[in-house]
Design a protein around this ligand. Structure first.
Ligand code: GCB
Length: 623
């Protein structure tokens, strides 16, 4: 009861501030997840003047957290001397000092990069690792400096020049610290204690079906902004209205109202707004005719925001996305989402995607298969990935790792989920490619789960009413009838579900006896189906693990799913084989989930071509 109340309060807070994402974020921010020192996220960090701190970082593996706790298990950073913690990178005062670590002689690894793929002894490691980077800075008087991390999995304690900046939990969203007062001229040392230990009450929880890659997996940047700067902005077409750009601008550090100008020269748009006492101004710009963004025509406009001596450039696409009955309308036109699911992982050099080359490879494979849509499962992928999808013309389903058996009744777990969802929406709200915010995957129905997920649906909608809100639900089978009976669906825009006919239940042939009966009057977008196939293993279509079995399953799935009148899209599971500790079969799996349409050596399996042909037909039907 108490939890429900807390969640309602949080959801109400979110609704009450619908036009005020910064406040919503703070309202939903749990003390357990953020330290006070975390700065509000800066929109479009890549558009800011910055120093990249990527490169080789020294590291120390610390399974017993010797660098964090003293021998009485008291954290060094809570003790009076503070001496002994690995973040304290001062040299020993004299030869007699007793010190058992040395970053200067430690091995190095590439950042951004997960640690599991960079040293054999780290492949299965879960725990604490210390990482250090030394850099030169020349801070300028009157500017502000933000130390930005694209993502650290899972818990990060960050220290600059021996002082703790703060802590962040959540492995896939960015965070930053205002380090203006800690940064010195010349040599600076940043130390991160990264800990990827899994926890029952965390988001995600203990049990997932992907590799728990640890470490600093995304960019580290030191950004410089003027003391008064444009901290955040949203510019998107108003819901269902191709003739109005709506949003807001948020200034930080301003002493009074400021004029901010939004210009889109190619569209002959130049509009000025005045910020209020909170540094905020709403934007509403009537537009005659914009060249709208779509997968066929991924038009991005150069957009500049300027005011109070600050200026930031972006590239933004404009499109509308809505549902009407069982249809999805992109720019007012019916569309079929020809999608595929993918993880943030490169199968060829197993590990998290290391940069735009890796990302482009995955999205290109999807495009070649005739996709216009990708499901970026099961957690926020990088900002760079979303920007590439903008550029390459792929609509995106973006998701948070609310996966399987979350601790539904724990207020701190709810706050953590809400904060991760908020961070995702705050980061990607200007990306035309993102058409769906997904609040979770395969979450079993119960009263606490319904309240938890309902709160997330409300949060997403309050933060951004221009996109669809969805979740990958579970199906229910009664005899040979498949239904979706989930109270959460009333809060969602799509009827989306995972369905493993032919693999986890029923055989390939038996699947055809089943019929869907979905009475939600919403577009049906199937979020998963699939079968494991070991690339290059050929047998008859009844033999599991063979390419033929997987291919037959796809064909039967199409027959079955095409019987759903409201079918408007799908993202079969999954584009490429991916690593998973749950997949232990020594021959067929060897720690890989083999449901990929492309194998771990980049070869396309038979079903890849079957799906490609199916999508060619769908494209014709919807032209
Ligand atoms: C699912 C999950 C996905 C798994 C997949 C599987 O339902 O959403 O994360 O990897 O099934 O292969 O079992």
């Amino acid at each position: 009861m108490k939890l429900l109340f807390a969640m309602m309060l949080a959801a109400c807070a979110a609704l009450a501030h619908a036009a005020d994402p910064v406040d919503v974020q703070l309202a939903g921010t749990p003390v357990t997840r953020r330290a006070d020192s975390l700065a509000a996220p800066l929109q479009n960090i890549y558009g800011r003047s910055h120093l990249s701190l990527n490169g080789r970082w020294s590291y120390i593996i610390d399974p017993y957290e010797t660098g964090y706790y003293d021998y009485r298990h008291v954290p060094f950073d809570a003790s009076s001397s503070g001496k002994g913690g690995f973040y304290d990178d001062r040299k020993p005062k004299d030869k007699g000092d007793w010190v058992e670590y040395d970053f200067d002689r430690a091995p190095t690894m590439k950042i951004p990069g997960d640690w599991n793929s960079q040293a054999e002894k780290l492949q299965l490691y879960e725990g604490t690792l210390w990482l250090r980077q030394v850099f030169e800075a020349q801070p300028v008087q009157g500017k502000r400096y933000m130390l930005y991390f694209g993502a650290v999995n899972y818990e990060a304690h960050v220290y600059l020049n021996g002082k703790k900046l703060g802590m962040h939990r959540g492995g896939f969203t960015p965070f930053q610290f205002d380090v203006t007062d800690q940064l010195v001229k010349g040599r600076n040392v940043v130390v991160v204690k990264a800990d990827n230990t899994r926890h029952q009450d965390a988001i995600p929880t203990l049990n997932t079906d992907w590799w728990n890659y640890g470490g600093i997996t995304r960019d580290v940047l030191l950004a410089e902004v003027p003391a008064t700067h444009i901290a955040d902005y949203k510019l998107q077409l108003a819901k269902g209205d191709a003739h109005r750009i709506e949003g807001y601008v948020q200034m930080a550090g301003a002493s009074g109202p400021q004029k901010v100008t939004v210009s889109i020269p190619e569209a002959r748009i130049q509009a000025s707004v005045q910020t209020d006492a909170q540094g905020r101004a709403l934007v509403s710009i009537p537009v005659n005719k914009l060249d709208l963004w779509s997968p066929e025509h991924p038009k991005l406009y150069a957009v500049t925001l300027s005011g109070a001596g600050d200026k930031v450039d972006d590239r933004i696409g404009f499109r509308t996305i809505e549902t009407r009955g069982e249809d999805i309308l992109l720019n007012g036109k019916r569309v079929f989402l020809r999608g595929i699911s993918l993880h943030d992982e490169n199968p060829l050099i197993p590990g998290r995607l290391r940069g735009s080359g890796d990302m482009r490879m995955l999205l290109q494979w999807a495009r070649e298969m005739n996709c216009n849509y990708v499901r970026l499962a099961h957690y926020p992928h990088s900002e760079e990935m979303i920007r590439l999808a903008d550029e390459m013309g792929l609509m995106v389903w973006a998701e948070v790792p609310v996966y399987w058996t979350i601790s539904w009744d724990k207020p701190e777990t709810w706050a953590n989920a809400q904060a991760q969802l908020t961070d995702l929406i705050v980061r990607d709200k200007n990306r035309a490619s993102v058409v769906v915010w997904s609040i979770g995957n395969e979450t079993p129905i119960s009263a606490p789960r319904n309240a938890f997920m309902g709160g997330l649906a409300r949060t997403a909608r309050a933060l951004d009413d221009t996109r669809l809100v969805a979740a990958a639900l579970e199906i229910h089978r009664k005899g040979k009838t498949i239904t979706i009976e989930d109270p959460l669906s009333s809060l969602l825009d799509l009827a989306s579900f995972n369905e493993y006919a032919g693999w986890y239940w029923a055989s390939n042939a038996e699947m055809l006896d089943f019929k869907f009966d979905i009475r939600l009057n919403k577009p049906v977008v199937v979020t998963e189906f699939g079968a494991d196939a070991l690339g290059g293993y050929h047998a008859d279509a009844d033999t599991r693990w063979s390419e033929e079995y997987q291919d037959a399953l796809y064909r039967n799935q199409f027959r079955m799913l095409d019987g759903i009148p409201g079918l408007r899209g799908m993202t079969p599971w999954v584009l490429v084989d991916f690593r998973s500790p749950r997949r232990t079969h020594p021959y067929f799996q060897d720690f890989w989930n083999r449901k990929g349409l492309i194998s771990d050596d980049g070869k396309k399996k038979q079903a890849y071509f079957t799906l490609k042909r199916y999508y060619e037909d769908k494209q014709r039907q919807y032209e």
